[in-house]
Ligand binder design. Structure first.
Ligand SMILES: Nc1ncnc2c1ncn2[C@@H]1O[C@H](COP(=O)(O)OP(=O)(O)OP(=O)(O)O)[C@@H](O)[C@H]1O
Ligand SMILES: [Mg+2]
Length: 395
């Protein structure tokens, strides 16, 4: 390009040798200035050939890498990409090359001292007048600090969600203990029955077998309850999988059932059949449901003039969404508080932390959905949230 400029300038300034020399000097000065700018701006800059091999790399890049321009030439620079990112990065980069589309990727790059830092790499093609790519211009920005802040925030959220989950389960301890106790007493009763059937002169094996079958069934039931609690108590990073929302609801409802009964309320399910699977973290979504169920129970605690009824409803929302609603017949919501209740530490309960809805909303939003509240027509409130369909369900 410089050559073209020079030729043009040459033809223009043919008239005078003097002005030509001056122009050349000016161009040299501009070139130096441009070079200085490219070398010192606080981003890493590379210029690539149409085949993506390296043509130019600015000084900051070389200083960062601690390599000579000879060492990074061609494909040499790719050695500095983190092994875990390299494959994806080079594939995407090549794909951009062939399609000629702008490129944007995050990948870790090794610094001279051996430390890897996250960078955002962006590339755009420069085309000639026939539309062919002649160069690639790419900048890389250090996003390590932002990445760390994001990771720390994620970590803190996971921690907070875990702590509040454990707290909620602590509140449920009495009713859960009751729930586990039932199959345990069943096991004792059936065990005794079995012993009696066996103690006869001619043992009644058929009756004994049936009693043992009931023991196995009750043992499994107790084990399932414990298993669910252990899963909820575990502290894990987000794990999104293909989920049946109705299954997810039924599982947590079984766990909350005892608490509902203890509060003289009824739990009703209205689950739409044949819903598409969603993409979600089972434990986190059950935490959301549990928070809404507990809030519903608490809102109905002081209600004595009407049935205390909690309804969990699932249905198909708007496009690509599955909707879950938890409806109570409790004290209801004042319109002016309807958004406030989602703020962290907003609570009207003496023993409340005010974290339930805040955490629930962040979980749902992290799933690409929405959580909101609406007053019922008669009494009580309904909390609704949406979840995205599993991507494989795009019909
Ligand atoms: N179903 C409901 N009906 C009426 N008010 C509700 C309902 N759910 C929540 N609220 C109001 O929103 C507030 C915030 O709820 P949130 O779950 O965030 O915190 P909390 O229940 O007070 O405490 P915790 O952190 O133990 O959940 C509640 O204190 C209550 O005033
Ligand atoms: Mg709550």
């Amino acid at each position: 390009t410089t050559a073209i400029v020079i030729t043009r300038l040459v033809s223009k300034s043919r008239s005078s040798q003097k002005s030509l020399e001056r122009s050349l000097q000016e161009i040299e000065a501009l070139k130096d200035q441009l070079r200085l700018v490219i070398d010192t701006i606080p981003v890493l800059v590379v210029v690539g050939r149409p085949d993506a091999s390296l043509e130019f790399i600015n000084r900051r890049w070389l200083e960062y890498l601690g390599l000579s321009s000879k060492e990074v030439e061609g494909w040499g620079w790719t050695a500095a990409i983190h092994p875990e990112d390299a494959q994806h990065f080079t594939t995407e980069w090549r794909l951009a090359m062939t399609s000629g589309k702008p490129f944007e990727q995050e990948a870790r790059i090794r610094r001279a001292d051996g430390e890897y830092r996250w960078f955002l790499h962006r590339g755009v093609p420069l085309r000639n007048e026939w539309g062919n790519i002649v160069r690639w211009y790419a900048t890389s920005t250090d996003i390590e600090d932002r990445k760390r802040a994001e990771a720390a925030l994620q970590e803190a959220q996971t921690e907070l969600a875990h702590v509040t989950r454990v707290t909620t389960l602590g509140e449920l301890a009495a009713s859960i203990a009751h729930e586990v106790n039932q199959p345990l007493s069943g096991i004792v009763i059936n065990g005794n029955a079995c012993l009696r059937w066996l103690a006869f002169a001619t043992p009644n094996l058929e009756e004994a077998r049936q009693a043992v079958n009931r023991i196995v069934r009750d043992g499994k039931r107790a084990g399932e309850i414990i298993g669910r609690i252990r899963k909820l108590l575990r502290r894990t990073a987000t794990q999104k999988e293909r989920l049946d929302i109705n299954d997810t609801v039924l599982e947590i409802a079984a766990l909350a059932q005892g608490e509902v009964r203890r509060n003289k309320a009824a739990l009703r399910m209205d689950l739409a059949p044949g819903l598409p699977p969603v993409l979600g973290d089972r434990v986190q979504l059950q935490q959301v449901l549990l928070n809404l169920i507990m809030n519903g129970i608490e809102a109905m605690n002081r209600v004595d003039d009407r049935p205390r009824e909690l309804v969990i409803r699932t249905d198909l929302g708007e496009t690509d969404q599955v909707r879950v609603a938890v409806q109570d017949s409790g004290i209801g919501l004042e319109p002016q508080h309807i958004e406030k209740i989602f703020d962290a530490f907003y609570t009207t309960k003496s023993g409340g932390m005010g974290m339930g809805l805040a955490i629930s909303r962040s979980i749902v939003e992290n799933h690409g959905g929405r959580l909101w509240a609406a007053p019922n027509n008669d009494s009580g409130a309904t909390f609704l949230f949406t979840l995205l369909k599993h991507p494989s369900e795009n019909r």
